[in-house]
Design a protein around this ligand. Structure first.
Ligand SMILES: Cc1cc2nc3c(=O)[nH]c(=O)nc-3n(C[C@H](O)[C@H](O)[C@H](O)COP(=O)(O)O)c2cc1C
Length: 175
């Protein structure tokens, strides 16, 4: 699969089988994130890797539910076997952009490996709220780092078509 194929085939997966990812798969996903460009090559991103069953996932879910209300059917990571949480230097202007590029790199690497993924922003309030200090420490973030974005990855239990878009509405060609 080439890069364009991965970009065009990728879509968010919200249903996973329990099959765990192999160490090689996990390392390939992390290498894809680490290979992402960062502004001024600062490499300010930190990747925290959680396998399903890690008690911290439930603590994050509980805090999200406390702040936003629980969804009865699904947790924030859709029971995926792997969640990668990306933190970055909170004072660096480009951290959100750099984290976004890295998380998409991981999503595309997952697609190439035949895996599904979904980017996760809904835990922002939980991880950046009053318990930020606790979660930053529990996630192993260096001092001065904060949550930026996360991604769940696993074997797809359901297929979804990529989203459609309106090329003409979103693109302007200037002469
Ligand atoms: C920054 C960001 C945050 C997102 N947060 C969530 C989330 O918390 N939960 C979720 O189910 N999907 C989340 N998504 C996935 C989007 O809903 C999804 O990408 C969008 O609906 C387009 O669908 P597609 O990914 O299948 O093309 C997020 C995507 C982005 C880029």
């Amino acid at each position: 699969m080439n890069a364009t194929e991965a970009i065009e085939k990728r879509s968010s997966t919200r249903s996973y089988t329990p099959e765990p990812l192999t160490e090689d798969e996990v390392r390939a996903l992390l290498r894809a994130g680490l290979a992402a460009p960062t502004a001024t090559n600062r490499q300010e991103l930190h990747f925290s890797v959680l396998r399903s069953g890690n008690a911290l996932l439930q603590r994050i879910e509980d805090e999200k539910n406390r702040l936003r209300g629980a969804r009865p059917d699904k947790n924030f990571y859709y029971d995926a076997p792997l969640v990668i949480i990306i933190g970055a230097e909170s004072s660096f202007r480009w951290s959100p952009v750099d984290a976004g590029i890295a998380v998409e790199n991981i999503a595309l690497a997952a697609e190439e490996l035949g895996l599904g993924s979904v980017i996760i922003g809904c835990i922002y309030d939980a991880l950046c709220g009053e318990k930020a200090g606790y979660f930053n420490h529990a996630l192993g973030f260096p001092d001065g780092y904060a949550y930026e974005i996360a991604i769940a990855v696993g074997h797809k239990a359901a297929e979804k078509q990529p989203h459609t878009f309106d090329f003409d509405k979103q693109v302007t060609f200037l002469p």
